[in-house]
Design a binder for this molecule. Sequence first.
Ligand SMILES: Cc1cc2nc3c(=O)[nH]c(=O)nc-3n(C[C@H](O)[C@H](O)[C@H](O)COP(=O)(O)OP(=O)(O)OC[C@H]3O[C@@H](n4cnc5c(N)ncnc54)[C@H](O)[C@@H]3O)c2cc1C
Length: 501
Amino acid sequence: MAMECATLGPMPKDFLKNAQSRYDVVVIGSGLAGLTAANVLARQGRSVLLLEQHYKLGGMATWFKRPGGHIFDISLHGFPYGMVKSCRRYWSKEIADSIVQLDGVRFDNPMFSLQTSFTREDFTKKLIENFKLAPEQVHAFFDKARGMNFYDDQQTTTRELFDEFFPGREDVIRLLMEPITYANGSTLEDPAISYGIVFSNFMSKGVFTFRGGTDKLIGQMTEVLQESGVDVCIRCDVTKINLNHGKVASVEVNGRTIECDAIVSNANLRATIFNLVGEEKFDRGFIDDARAVRLNNSSTQVYMAMREDESLDVNELGDLLFSSTAPTFQTEALLSRDITSRTYSFYYPKVRPEGQPRHLIVSSTNARHEDWADLPDDDYEASKKDLCETTLDALDKYVPNVRERLVHIEASTPRTFQHYTAHIAGASFGTKFEGLAVSRALPQQITGLYHAGSVGIIMSGWLGAMNYGVIVANEVDNQLMTGGSASTTGFEKTVAGEVAS
Ligand SMILES: Cc1cc2nc3c(=O)[nH]c(=O)nc-3n(C[C@H](O)[C@H](O)[C@H](O)COP(=O)(O)OP(=O)(O)OC[C@H]3O[C@@H](n4cnc5c(N)ncnc54)[C@H](O)[C@@H]3O)c2cc1C
């Protein structure tokens, strides 16, 4: 019988009060990968303990409330249609049924302005009619992107892919690349397969969202976890993974040791290896590879709530607006603190039909942790204020007189993301591509130790993280069943099937 380990009451609280001393599997972290892995394993009959250091489940899939009925979503901007299938299969029909398509995606930059349904059909039309490309060229590009899978050449970069099909067309590259850079932090220098798979996922049917908001989704997932029999404990910061003869033995959490046969770490990959286990426990070559894994970039966001008597027009603004004042598309410019590119998500009462009718805007930008990490408190606060002010200046073009129409504004920075999710450097999408191989190799290093969570661009974002949780859960189950060493057979096939669906 599943139980919630935390009970509300006067301090001090023992957040592990109802946890057993031993489980088949301990899942560290409740991001979408951790939650999904825990649920799948419990449904397979395993005893599962889910430990989350924060006071809320969800990781980056989170939200916060402000007085006046305002609820801000952090990472609910858009995901591919594949979420419907994954939610139905691994969660519930009820969750899958709340997934709806965004009404409109807009682009506005010095090279072009357009509105699109963000589907292959509409992009093809735009590329032929607006960008004057030959139909064969466009079809060939889509076919190539769609045909990419994990087996493909990992040397070709996204820039080389674009140069092959659209040489000299920086405007076309901008249209094709800007949303994906936003969606998973990938750059023109990353392997083309990471672009092709994610881009094709979106193009299959468009961009989708969860009606009811992240709070509803995580609430429903929590109920399903209870039904599946997962013991869930919040405010439980795992500080150590203990081994016994090269095999996982237990975790240290809130002063207790909990034994287990397998561990799925949903914590940052590098934190898992270097902080929770310790590099001395791994082969030298593995540690060299792990050290070479680059973290993905972080983000800043500005959260704005319109006054109750104010509204936003969905027909005019759409749901998602990729705006930029930079003359051309450059990854470096996207990361700069001198922000020229912002992605606005407009939230209308339709997002939370059961809540109070509120109109909200969240502006997101990619950002470097080092630009924010060491600012003294005064400078940090001043920089956040400046971020809000420059965002309002930029937003005025789309929402005239926005300053007078707002009732609330605040900002988050890479420091905020690091604080709440314990991701090194506040990485929004885990690690770069090379992280995937290191994540996959963990169980060969230490029997029973697995990692599931944003890595390698493909396995990031809501869909990628969730599907990675499923893949890893199946491997853990397999290992527990055979009692043998880890097998990752079939992973590549599964990646192509699960992620690209
Ligand atoms: C600003 C922003 C916007 C985004 N927008 C989108 C979007 O529109 N669409 C999309 O698909 N994706 C988006 N993403 C990405 C998406 O949210 C993430 O890729 C995904 O949610 C990550 O899931 P995860 O399973 O990797 O875990 P994470 O969300 O990273 O969660 C990891 C969890 O582990 C916990 N943890 C870490 N260490 C420990 C420990 N030692 N003990 C216990 N618990 C621990 C953390 O507290 C956290 O809850 C966005 C991300 C950001 C930051």
